[in-house]
Design a protein around this ligand. Structure first.
Ligand SMILES: [Fe+2]
Length: 393
């Protein structure tokens, strides 16, 4: 009885605190996902249930409050505006290579008592009075060069992530997290607290971010919720995207041990999923977007290897034969917490392309130029360049 009463009091306290809150706050975000030539997706997380939207304006020096701005609602509810804490708004119908201003907006939901009887907080949103609105540029149709940054295996070292991100030698066209940003997702809140809060602050809602799954993102009670924190063209943890002539594929390389390993508690069935991904990969590699590209780069958390663990073997057997046929220029991996380069044609990887395995807690900066080489440089948290190499195409 005592236990029942204390649960009732806790629930009541929770409801009262939600009722007392006069506006929804931002826990994490905004961050940019799936930026294309005519659209972009904004995601963020609020500290209470809310209905959310994004307003956009053309770039310019007129004040945000110069006029009413175009509004885009969350559209995942098939006509019904979703109520939740994690928000994903797609802004579409834009011009290529064009900069827009935007702000995120929300209205906290205090109580949903019934149809026509919903109690809200005041509206709130990102500050456009004392601060500039966020800025985003849609992708151009063509790029002479592209630069991007890759990090992996941070394993919840949020303060080091901040150091690495802040030290980028220039603003990259996009940032890639290539797996194992957390160690175990027992609590969904770790996605924000261990890396996405910092990421959102440093990238300021303006640099596109791609987050690919490592084996550790499969682990923990809340791991099942990880995919909904990110958005891609496929709505899956694997995707492909293009910057002008440059084509990129982000793979989900799965877990590292066999599905029936005792550490997985009978909760894994990754092989059918990886086979489905391989079917998707085949289609992507045959697409005109991939075939006509002047460079093709693949991200995979786990590197391929014949005699490594099951995860290495999966990548080698399911993905590498398809990638070999498609003229891939480079694969970028992590997972091993050490740096190494596997040259093209190695028997172990089975790959006809080189593989750069990026060390944990290091920032890899990559630049691509049309008809030129791929230049890679990695840096540690003290800003020292640790490795550099160029690959011809
Ligand atoms: Fe890993």
């Amino acid at each position: 009885m005592k236990r029942f009463l204390s649960i009732c009091l806790a629930v009541l306290a929770l409801q009262l605190s939600a009722f007392a809150q006069d506006r929804a706050g931002v826990v994490c975000g905004p961050y940019l996902q799936n930026v294309t030539t005519n659209s972009f997706t904004v995601m963020w997380e609020t500290d209470m249930d809310a209905v959310a939207w994004v307003e956009i304006a053309p770039d310019g020096d007129d004040h945000w409050y110069n006029r009413g701005r175009q509004r885009f609602n969350e559209d995942s509810g098939c006509g019904l505006l979703p109520i939740g804490r994690l928000h994903k708004v797609v802004v579409s119908g834009l011009e290529p290579g064009t900069t827009y201003r935007y702000r995120i907006m929300m209205r906290g939901v205090k109580q949903y008592m019934g149809p026509g009887n919903v109690s809200y907080t005041r509206e709130s949103g990102s500050d456009v009075f004392r601060r500039n609105p966020f800025r985003v540029s849609t992708l151009k149709e063509d790029y002479d060069s592209v630069s991007f940054v890759v990090m992996n295996d941070l394993h919840e070292k949020d303060s080091l992530l901040r150091v690495l991100l802040n030290a980028c030698s220039r603003t990259p066209d996009f940032v890639v997290y290539n797996g194992d940003m957390t160690s175990t997702l027992m609590d969904e809140g770790k996605i924000a607290s261990c890396y996405m809060h910092t990421t959102s602050e440093v990238l300021a809602g303006s640099v596109p971010l791609f987050v690919f799954r490592g084996n550790h993102e499969f682990r923990g009670r809340s791991a099942i919720l990880w995919p909904k924190h990110f958005s891609s063209a496929t709505n899956k943890p694997y995707t492909a995207f293009r910057y002008g002539d440059f084509f990129f594929i982000g793979l989900d390389s799965g877990e590292d041990k066999p599905d029936n390993d005792i550490e997985y508690s009978g909760l894994y069935d990754t092989l059918p999923y990886l086979r489905e991904e391989a079917e998707w990969l085949k289609t992507v590699l045959e697409s005109e977007d991939c075939r006509s590209a002047s460079a093709r780069i693949v991200f995979s958390h786990i590197p391929p290897s014949a005699k490594g663990w099951q995860g290495n073997r999966n990548v080698r057997e399911l993905f590498v034969p398809l990638l070999n046929k498609a003229g891939i220029d480079l694969m970028i991996c992590g997972h091993e917490h050490r740096f190494r380069i596997e040259e093209a044609g190695s028997e172990s990887s089975g790959a006809t392309f080189p593989i750069w395995v990026n060390k944990n807690v290091e920032r890899l900066e990559v630049s691509l130029c049309k008809d030129a080489t791929i230049v890679l440089r990695s840096f540690d948290t003290d800003g020292r360049q640790t490795h550099a190499k160029s690959f011809g195409r």
